[in-house]
Design a binder for this molecule. Structure first.
Ligand code: ZN
Length: 199
């Protein structure tokens, strides 16, 4: 999902940062938070990627999700064009086939999905109840990883592959972060640049 318009409501960056940090810190499921969160999300500026959300996520010290890859090795391919007029909205982290893929934070596996684009993929919901991580092109899942299972930061959840629309032999993890508007819409939300968060 893309925000394609600018908002004219004046909101101080400091107030927005505080409100969003509080939102992300909430322990209760998003559904229980009601319309206040939705209202807040609709006030988020189009510059979401470089704003308070990024700073909030950076403060959590998320792990680079491919074993042996350091933040300095990441490349920013978030805005790269893709087929059909799409934008990447993710980063690709290259590594040999079978390299362990690690959970970036504590959370729950909300969906294992096989798609034409992402291939064998995994959606994880952060313990904040709002932030969703997407790991795609997996070769396979780690043993014991299934929908509903809890994972901890650094846990092996799968292995790097080339499933889906990755070029055969172009082994990499496609990794995306989104802030969900509705947890039941695990594929949706507002994307955040993982490069800005992880580097
Ligand atoms: Zn990708």
């Amino acid at each position: 999902m893309h925000i394609t318009h600018r908002f004219s409501i004046p909101v101080s960056p400091r107030a927005l940062a505080g409100a969003f940090a509080a939102l992300l810190a909430l322990d209760a499921p998003a559904a229980a938070q009601g319309t206040a969160q939705m209202a807040l999300l609709t006030t988020l500026p189009v510059s979401l990627n470089r704003g308070s959300v990024v700073e909030t996520l950076r403060a959590r010290n998320l792990l680079v999700p491919v074993e042996g890859v350091s933040p300095g090795q990441l490349r920013d391919t978030y805005n790269h064009a893709r087929s059909g007029g799409r934008v990447h909205d993710a980063i690709d982290i290259h590594a040999p086939r079978g390299t362990p893929v690690l959970a970036v934070s504590d959370g729950v596996v909300i969906k294992l999905h096989y798609g034409a684009r992402g291939g064998k993929s995994l959606y994880q919901l952060d313990d904040d109840g709002r932030t969703r991580y997407y790991y795609a092109h997996l070769d396979r899942y780690a043993p014991g990883v299934h929908q509903g299972v809890r994972v901890t930061r650094g846990q092996v959840i799968g292995y790097v592959g080339d499933t889906g629309n990755a070029q055969p032999g172009d082994y990499h993890l496609h990794f995306a972060i989104a802030i969900l508007n509705n947890v039941s819409r695990w594929w949706g939300g507002t994307n955040v640049n993982p490069y800005d968060v992880l580097r």
